[in-house]
Design a protein around this ligand. Structure first.
Ligand SMILES: O=C(O)C(=O)C[C@]1(C(=O)O)C=C[C@@H](O)C=C1
Length: 123
């Protein structure tokens, strides 16, 4: 018979319900802080990419730059490995963000950007 993943000898089983609640609360506070930082960092990133979108539109440059994306993905995958984050997840996340940026660039170029001069808020 194989042992269950967690046994009664595990340290977590010796915690009182109050101690478990306290630890969960502490971890969730950190998660909330991290989520807030992610939102703020994304907002700053979109402010930059809105400026890139306007620059590209003014100079008739294409919204997407696949060579730049390939370099970003290579770099981010390396960073992810060093940070012990799944590089496939890092790549998926970057592709997800870039797809949204390209959508904004296209809207700026065709004059349908709903929030001109105002970053990416309100979509
Ligand atoms: O660097 C650019 O040219 C951008 O438009 C920014 C960005 C990005 O979000 O990082 C978005 C689209 C491009 O395909 C590549 C990169």
């Amino acid at each position: 018979m194989t042992e269950p993943a967690a046994t009664r000898d595990d340290a977590s089983y010796s915690k009182s319900p109050d101690a478990v609640r306290a630890e969960l609360g502490r971890l969730r506070d950190s998660i909330d802080n991290i989520d807030a930082a992610v939102v703020h960092m994304l907002a700053e990133r979109f402010k930059c990419t809105q400026q890139v979108g306007r620059l590209k539109a003014e100079h008739h440059l294409p919204p997407a730059d696949p060579n730049r994306e390939a370099r970003q993905i290579t770099r981010l995958r390396e960073l992810a490995v060093n940070a012990k984050l799944d590089p496939a997840f890092a790549e998926k996340l970057l592709n997800f963000i870039i797809a949204e940026v390209i959508r904004h660039h296209e809207q700026i170029a065709d004059g349908t950007d709903p929030t001109p001069g105002n970053g990416a808020a309100g979509r």
